[in-house]
Design a protein around this ligand. Structure first.
Ligand SMILES: [Zn+2]
Ligand SMILES: [Zn+2]
Length: 207
């Protein structure tokens, strides 16, 4: 037998195997003498299945980029260690994450959750805020954040806002308003976009 003959024989076997693998989904299954295209039950069943699948496929919607990164900021906030406010921040440029940060104590120092807060004028001053930690993480890794967007679960406090501006962040997306109105006026003066992206209820922040 020549090589080409072996090839032909194997191909026709495969075709036959493919055909014989089809099992009718009708109640008598293997005993059904109909083919995929002739058994009435099979035709109805296949039609019903395709009807069932197509709405699910069309319902699947990819998250828009802003929602995607804000959702990630919400996950980042779950690492916070000061329970007065859990905040997460993500620095992004060109749809790529540059760094992340959440509010927590100085590295190596005990967390508020372990030793309590360090209160001053009704604020806990033990922690470094999420936005500043995201800037610092980029600095530690030598990552340029100029022209980036920050996604932060709560609007920046005055100090964080100032740091973000001088770090070159050009767009601020926040999940909920926190406390400082000055950021709105100054962002406008600096032509920095300040966008409210309401948090998704499934990932809502703990106060
Ligand atoms: Zn604290
Ligand atoms: Zn802050």
């Amino acid at each position: 037998m020549s090589t080409s003959q072996i090839g032909v024989s194997a191909n026709s076997d495969q075709v036959h195997a493919k055909r014989s693998l089809w099992v009718c989904p009708c109640p008598i299954a293997l005993h059904c003498t109909g083919r995929e295209s002739t058994c009435e039950f099979a035709l109805t069943y296949t039609h019903a299945m395709s009807e069932k699948q197509s709405p699910n496929q069309s319902e699947h919607q990819r998250a828009p980029w802003d929602d995607y990164f804000m959702n990630i900021a919400q996950v980042v906030s779950s690492r916070s260690t000061c329970h007065r406010k859990f905040v997460g921040a993500v620095l992004v440029r060109d749809r790529m994450i540059l760094s992340t940060g959440y509010n927590g104590s100085i590295r190596g120092m005990p967390h508020c959750t372990e030793v309590g807060h360090m209160m001053e004028n009704d604020h806990c001053v033990a922690t470094i805020h999420a936005e500043v930690n995201a800037i610092l993480q980029a600095a530690r890794n030598g990552i340029n954040i100029d022209g980036s967007t920050v996604y932060v679960t709560a609007s920046p406090c005055w100090n964080c806002f100032k740091s973000l501006m001088n770090a070159g962040v050009s767009r601020v997306c926040f999940g909920e308003f926190y406390r400082d109105q000055r950021i709105f006026e100054v962002a406008e003066q600096l032509s920095v976009e300040l966008i409210h992206l309401p948090l998704k209820s499934s990932l809502e922040q703990a106060e």
